[in-house]
Design a binder for this molecule. Structure first.
Ligand SMILES: Nc1ncnc2c1ncn2[C@@H]1O[C@H](COP(=O)(O)OP(=O)(O)O)[C@@H](O)[C@H]1O
Ligand code: SF4
Ligand SMILES: [Mg+2]
Length: 357
């Protein structure tokens, strides 16, 4: 991997759960993020995927310092930024910018597009001299594929896709090294999603950006991600390269998510073994013991309730190596094959054990 720009280690965010109005007493905690580790290399894209409520936005907010972690560290080029304050923090924040989920609510309706995109220069005046800002903003509009003449228009005069381009232009204003994009296309029409993803792809090579690209759907991050982390209830349960995750998933949760991806080819659909997840996602105030996925896992055994599976390469895959040998937090991680001709088709692989138990 390229030299790391972000190193996230054992990141935790717990929100206190209180009762009573006067004597507020803590009765528990919402364990929104519960021990997340990952590394992001320079110019690389890490996709983070998981169902709604699994803690993705909370991770994003901590990465851009909108929220302080309960525990753990975030290193930017080796420096722990969770301990910084004042000028040092401000200087680092400039390099890590966020693109928000909903372009309909994240842009102030009373500000012109020029003021929205140029707003980061109010906070970091050193980034662009006052007389130069209008030109810079127009350049940014051009870069994201909008007419520079639109600078005096208001957000309601744009479509959803155009608004997300404005959000991206604002994210680029300070020339950051890292962009954290929290479901940047989830609120958009399917037909527009690919255009915005393609734009982000182009900007990545043009500006040498590293992305943390968050989505609730594995299919959206596939083409833009170098590596993918799959999240469940506040933790990453499987992580690997694009090929490792999409063609050789070993964690039951990832396998279930992939089996739910629509397959356009009817023949392939027929051959697919479809895994339907039973039950609801447990509440983050009451996380199951041992493996947090066990209440919905069809392979769960006694050990799963007793022992937390570590996110590591399962021992039984290590000797042979290859694409199944990647981090998977499951005591019984197992290989499946996904037919190349038909993405999303799962079948058990002969000769691969189901772990040590
Ligand atoms: N400020 C907060 N106070 C209490 N609970 C929160 C707060 N923010 C998020 N949560 C809870 O934390 C969990 C994770 O939320 P979030 O990070 O928004 O998930 P995602 O982005 O994956 O949908 C959810 O159960 C959510 O209700
Ligand atoms: S550790 Fe057990 S419950 Fe968890 S994913 Fe693996 S088999 Fe399922
Ligand atoms: Mg979210």
């Amino acid at each position: 991997m390229a030299e790391p720009v972000l190193e996230v280690s054992d990141l935790v965010k717990h929100y206190p759960l209180t009762r009573g109005v006067v004597l507020r007493k803590q009765v528990g905690a919402v364990r929104a993020v519960d021990g997340v580790d990952f590394t992001l290399g320079r110019g690389e894209t890490l996709g983070i995927v998981g169902e709604s409520g699994c803690g993705k936005s909370t991770v994003a907010r901590m990465l851009v310092n909108l929220e302080r972690p309960t525990a753990g560290s975030i290193r930017y080029k080796g420096e722990d930024i969770t301990r910084l304050s004042g000028k040092a923090l401000k200087a680092v924040r400039r390099n890590i910018q966020m693109v928000f989920q909903d372009p309909y609510t994240s842009l102030n309706p009373r500000m012109t597009v020029g003021d929205i995109i140029g707003e980061p220069y109010d906070i970091h005046p050193e980034a662009a001299p006052k007389g130069d800002r209008r030109r810079r903003v127009q350049d940014l509009l051009d870069v994201v594929g909008l007419d520079p003449e639109y600078v005096n228009r208001y957000p309601h005069q744009f479509s959803g896709g155009q608004r997300q381009r404005i959000g991206i232009a604002r994210g680029l204003a300070l020339r950051p090294e890292v962009i954290v994009a929290d479901e940047p296309v989830s609120a958009l029409d399917v037909s527009v999603q690919a255009q915005v993803v393609n734009l982000m792809d182009r900007l990545q090579s043009e500006f040498g950006l590293a992305y943390v690209f968050i989505a609730h759907d594995l299919s959206i991050v596939r083409h833009i991600s170098d590596r993918v982390g799959v999240m469940y209830l506040g933790r990453i349960v499987e992580t690997g390269t694009d090929t490792e995750i999409y063609e050789h998933p070993t964690h039951p949760y990832t396998q279930a998510l992939l089996s739910a991806v629509p397959v356009p080819d009817p023949e392939a659909r027929e051959h697919r073994e479809r895994i339907i997840l039973s039950g609801d996602v447990p509440s983050p105030t009451d996380i199951p013991s041992g493996c947090r996925f066990r209440t919905r896992c069809w392979k769960a055994r006694e050990r799963c309730a007793l022992e937390v599976p570590a996110l590591a390469v399962p021992e039984w895959f290590r000797p042979a190596g290859g694409p199944v040998a990647h981090d998977s937090a499951c005591h019984f991680a197992e290989a499946v094959s996904i037919r190349r001709s038909a993405p999303g088709v799962l079948a058990p692989v002969e000769g691969h054990g189901d772990g040590p138990g």
